[in-house]
Design a protein around this ligand. Structure first.
Ligand code: BGC
Length: 417
């Protein structure tokens, strides 16, 4: 039995997002989208809009010193020209309560959900310059309202996942399918990264000394077969590095969401950047469908999670090491977790990922924190089936929560080797 000790002051956190936990976000474009897509309805979600005290009790039971939540744009700006001061006050009260409990709030400004009016007014979405301008106005009001208690801002959650979802594969509104048309798609990356950079400047102007990042979803990528290395590099550039490169001068930390490994194959039949065939469970179901194996795609092995994802802890250390090598900025893991309905695999998942993270830190990477996804079971964009929570929606502890609480309290992980 070995013990790994994390540095003093290391952030032990949990992450959530407004649309996935608050419930009743009727003003979001997603509300009607769920109905149109025939998704399971989000409804009351985890009820967190009314149950924040219980969420704080969960954070305290876990001994966490950090909590990442998002502000729902459609709640604080229910109409194009109107801000809801009461909603802003509620979020500000949450942040101040967290502070008083010794829990550092990390606040995300854009976590997939956008107001329905935004796309009604600007049907071209992030192609339209008016959208970044509106986003910045929302960010400014939010920062002004929460700034007394919040110094850590996550501008975009998984900007590339958002863009691919909303404009690439028609999974999110506005439901465009441009992934296979890189020339049409790339202005979006340009516009969203520019909005990140402007938001960074805005937040630093309002709050000198604050810390700003976006949360990048980064998978460990491996070639499906010898010869696929170029496709791996192309996909890494498109899906991971392009946004980070465009925003690297405007981040104080690098935020990483890590879940799994993806094998990438090169096929001349692929319409994707670099002729890549990346083995995301979602893509296999969606765009490539049954063609996936036919054109040489490869999926990870081992027992998949409730999302159909491979568990690959080494990948976290690998991803963090590469980011540290290439950017030399402090890193925070802003999401990592497992859909585990039975609650039997979460403890092992967390232990192995922390071991891997500690390995990267021992080799020099400056990692400041680890946030587990998620605090409570929540709405997984279309379904309640995947259970990522350390607590159930009834706020009962789920498998792995007592283990994570012990880790956070001691700042140590016991390993078997
Ligand atoms: C997203 C979350 C999501 C989680 C699990 C991340 O990609 O930020 O909203 O629930 O992964 O799928």
């Amino acid at each position: 039995m070995g013990i790994i000790t994390f540095p003093k002051g290391f952030l032990w956190g949990a992450s959530t997002s407004s649309y996935q936990i608050e419930g009743g976000n009727r003003g979001s474009a997603l509300w009607d989208w769920e109905r149109r897509k025939g998704w399971e309805r989000s409804g009351d979600a985890a009820g967190s809009w009314e149950r924040f005290d219980e969420d704080v009790a969960c954070l305290k039971a876990l001994h966490l010193n950090a909590y990442r939540f998002s502000v729902e744009w459609s709640r604080v700006q229910p109409t194009p020209d109107g801000f809801d001061e009461a909603a802003l006050r509620r979020y500000a009260a949450w942040a101040s309560r967290l502070r008083s409990e010794g829990i550092r709030p990390f606040v995300s400004l854009h976590h997939f959900s956008e107001p329905a009016w935004l796309l009604r007014r600007h049907p071209r979405g992030w192609f339209d310059d008016a959208v970044p301008a509106r986003f910045l106005r929302f960010a400014e009001r939010t920062a002004a309202a929460l700034g007394e208690s919040v110094a850590d801002w996550v501008v975009f959650n998984e900007p590339m996942v958002f863009l691919v979802g909303a404009y690439g594969m028609a999974f999110f509104p506005p439901g465009r399918r441009l992934l296979a048309r890189p020339r049409l798609f790339s202005p979006l990356v340009e516009n969203v990264s520019r909005a990140h950079n402007e938001c960074y400047k805005l937040l630093h102007r309002l709050q000198p000394g604050c810390r700003v990042c976006s949360a990048n979803n980064i998978a460990a990528l491996d070639p499906a077969r010898p010869g696929d290395e170029e496709a791996v590099a192309a996909w890494d550039r498109f899906m991971h590095r392009d946004f980070i490169e465009r925003t690297k001068e405007h981040v104080d930390i690098i935020g990483v969401n890590y879940y799994t490994r993806i094998y990438v194959h090169r096929s001349f039949l692929s319409p994707l950047p670099g002729k890549a065939v990346p083995g995301y469970a979602e893509l296999v179901k969606g765009i490539t469908g049954p063609l996936f194996s036919l054109i040489g795609g490869r999926r990870g092995s081992g027992e998949p999670t409730g999302m159909g994802w491979e568990v690959f802890p080494e990948g976290l250390g690998r991803v963090v090491t590469a980011l540290w090598r290439d950017y030399g900025k402090p890193i925070v893991v802003l999401e990592n977790g497992i859909a585990d309905a039975a609650g039997e695999r979460r403890e092992g998942y967390v232990r192995e990922h922390l071991k891997s993270l500690a390995g990267a830190m021992a080799a020099g990477a400056d990692v400041r924190g680890y946030f587990h996804w998620s605090l409570v079971d929540n709405y997984e964009w279309g379904s309640y089936r995947p259970r990522f929570g350390l607590f159930t929606r009834e706020r009962r502890p789920a498998g792995g929560s007592s283990f994570y609480a012990a880790v956070a309290r001691a700042g140590e992980v016991e390993t078997d080797g």
